[in-house]
Design a protein around this ligand. Structure first.
Ligand code: UD1
Ligand code: MG
Length: 536
């Protein structure tokens, strides 16, 4: 692990010196403040972890055999540091105005303070702050979906007002192939335009939260989207058009500190996670993008950068809208494959069952499965025998026992209680290699898609699942009569696992991040190379 305290102590004075040196350059000041914010988050997250756990803000890492309990909602630390950094940046942003004021006496000054720009920046921060508040409330109270949809709409009102007063542009260019039908190349959407950008805020905030559930994926995808937007703005910031340049700078001022605090948080949340980021981070990240897209005037490009999230949302729709049963957690499950003899496994199972005779049934939310013997395909019978609903505390003990046995420890010494405290170092050593080795025994941990029963699914839901199966994006289990029994949970994470066998959690996260990077490349090709085919 990096010595983050020493690195922070040595880098902070350098950054402060740079900040002073370039104090007249708002972008340089923003970069220095962002780096300082990143370092602060890097130190504050581990420093506050135990306090979060003490007040009950914790969650079980469902994809680990030892089921460690980690501090939840740590996104609130990153978001708070972000807000402090952006507040501190306000005077620096308008320093040039003060500098010119000093040169002129107040009565001769024709230089009016740019209240419109301050208003824009403050409204962005107000919307962001509201979403951090909502996210934290969701982490604490587990809000219902209707609130998750309604509250981002309300939180976006400040930016909608600023947009209305500042620009009020509500017309859109019609793509070339639609112009003959509509008879015009510009359509004024009027109020509908505000509905569209309000919906954009709702979508962005929830889209990241539902592409979640494995270590690092929420923050990782957000960092890639943010870096893509930053690259776009840096490439265009000196266009010579003052208004356009201002919008690029506005976006950079919001995204540089965001990337800094997110990278620091990612360090603690990446596989094997030491903390969870919570809904607070997902909503905060989503709203940051929505604010930038709306006030920076690139909402269509933003949607292109969000294509994996759009796909995940559309793919998930049958479960989200109740056409197919939707379990509380749809994240993939962990399978532990071991070459241990079945007889030994049976004995371990018996021990584990007696240890957990009093375990609560709610433990069935657990994520581990055990596969004994030769590697099995995720959809094979060997795996189905261990259906998600059978997973329990006993399985947890058993899987931990098997991992420990493979490492040469006595299975008796691996009770669940002892795995929670010591899980981190164990998980780290095993997971980075994707397997646990000890002597001649090798237990391999990898992820399999979690499944949802189709009992009680609506006819429309079943039709959509059949369609998904037809185009090869669903793994459907059927009974002897051919009726559909279950399907993989409809998320991009599970779909990647349906398509790619035997990925561990870290590899799955890397696949998702790779998809996000490739999507950014595609988005820029569409935006800068192909858009003239649609709009000219
Ligand atoms: C959303 C998803 C849900 C998914 C969950 C995971 C929808 C409709 N909801 O719900 O399917 O299971 O996110 O975040 O798609 N966790 C891990 N490992 C991780 C991250 C989270 O095990 O790397 C577990 C932890 O127990 C953590 C919990 O997920 O406490 C957080 O879930 P929460 O954010 O409350 O779920 P939702 O956002 O409601
Ligand atoms: Mg969540």
């Amino acid at each position: 692990m990096l010595d983050y305290k020493r690195i922070t102590l040595s880098l902070s004075p350098v950054l402060l010196a740079l900040l002073w040196q370039f104090r007249d350059e708002p972008l340089a000041v923003c970069t220095c403040i962002s780096a300082l914010a990143g370092l602060a988050t890097w130190c504050l997250v581990p420093a506050t972890t135990s306090a979060f756990k003490r007040v009950g803000l914790s969650g079980t890492d469902l994809s680990k055999p030892s089921q460690p309990v980690l501090a939840e909602s740590m996104g609130v630390v990153a978001a708070t540091v972000y807000l402090i950094a952006t507040f501190l940046f306000i005077p620096a942003q308008f320093r040039n105005w003060w500098a010119t004021q000093d040169l002129q006496s107040a009565e001769h000054s024709s230089h009016v303070f740019p209240f419109d720009r301050l208003g824009e920046y403050l409204s962005a921060l107000l919307s962001l702050q509201s979403m951090v508040f909502l996210g934290f409330a969701d982490d604490v109270f587990d809000l219902r979906w209707r609130f998750k949809l309604l509250l981002p709409t309300i939180a976006s009102i400040p930016i909608l007002i600023v947009y209305y007063v500042g620009y009020g542009v509500t017309h859109v260019m019609v793509p070339v192939f639609m112009r003959p039908w509509l008879g015009t190349h510009i359509v004024d959407l009027g109020t509908l335009y505000y509905v569209y950008i309000g919906l954009m805020a709702v979508f962005c905030t929830n889209a990241i939260n539902i592409l979640a559930g494995i270590n690092g994926v929420e923050v990782g995808q957000s960092i890639i989207i943010a870096l893509s937007i930053i690259a776009k703005d840096i490439a265009n910031v000196n266009s010579g058009n003052a208004e356009a340049d201002y919008h690029h700078l506005f976006t950079l001022y919001l995204l540089l500190p965001f990337v800094a605090v997110s990278c620091a948080l990612y360090y603690w949340n990446m596989y094997p996670a030491r903390v969870f980021v919570g809904d607070t981070y997902c909503y905060f990240a989503g709203m940051t993008f929505a604010v930038c897209g709306i006030l920076g005037h690139f909402s269509k490009t933003l949607l292109l950068l969000f294509l994996p999230q759009v796909f995940n949302f559309v793919y998930s729709a049958p479960q989200i809208f109740g056409l197919v049963p939707c379990p509380r957690h749809r994240l993939p499950k962990m399978a532990v494959e071991s070459p241990l003899p079945r007889r030994l496994v049976a004995r371990l199972q018996q021990e584990a069952n007696s240890d957990h005779a009093s375990a609560s049934p709610s433990d069935s939310d657990s994520g581990s499965e055990i596969v004994v013997g030769a590697p099995a395909h995720p959809g094979s019978d060997a795996q189905r025998e261990e259906s998600p609903s059978h997973t329990s505390g006993a399985h947890r003990t058993l899987s931990t026992a098997m991992l420990s046995f493979a490492k040469g420890k006595s299975p008796k010494s691996t009770k669940v209680a002892s795995t929670v405290a010591g899980s981190r170092s164990r998980s780290r050593s095993s997971s980075t290699r994707g397997s646990v080795s000890g002597g001649s025994m090798n237990s391999t941990a990898y992820m399999v898609p979690s499944r949802a029963s189709l009992e009680g699914a609506k006819p429309l839901g079943l039709t959509i699942i059949r369609l998904y199966e037809l185009i090869g994006i669903a793994d459907v289990e059927r009974d002897e009569e051919g009726s559909m029994v279950s399907v993989n949970n409809l998320t991009l994470l599970n779909l990647v696992l349906v398509k790619c066998d035997r990925l561990n959690e870290s590899q799955l996260n890397n696949r998702i991040l790779l998809i996000q990077v490739l999507n950014s490349v595609l988005a820029f090709v569409i935006r800068y190379r192909l858009s003239h085919l649609f709009y000219f």
